[in-house]
Ligand binder design. Structure first.
Ligand code: ZN
Length: 107
């Protein structure tokens, strides 16, 4: 099953070649066992009324470099990592607006 990033305005998808060739994108599941950390992830995403499922992921683009540990050439997400890099809500509005225009044209 392809992995999708749960951030609505993020276009990163698993299984397809990345646009940025020198940047490897990984996907990380939500810390569903760790409620307080999960809460921080969700509130940083500005989606407070939402609970992710265990089939949803965030891509590595939303974490700063210090969220990762590199061991044996493999990048691991630290078990304290909190995603902090998200497109601004203004971007979301513009995108949503464009989607609405597109929908109106199609139907
Ligand atoms: Zn993403």
């Amino acid at each position: 099953m392809p992995r999708y990033c749960a951030v609505r305005v993020c276009r990163n998808r698993g299984g397809t070649a990345s646009r940025q060739d020198n940047k490897r994108i990984s996907f990380y599941p939500f810390p569903l066992q760790d409620k307080s950390r999960l809460q921080k992830w969700v509130s940083n995403m500005k989606r407070e009324q939402w609970t992710p499922s265990r089939h949803q992921y965030l891509c590595s683009e939303h974490f700063t470099a210090d969220c990762f540990d590199i061991r044996w050439g493999i990048r691991y997400l630290k078990n304290t990592a909190i995603p902090t890099i998200f497109p601004s809500s203004e971007d979301v509005c513009i995108l949503q607006h464009l989607v609405n225009i597109k929908l109106r044209i199609q139907f």
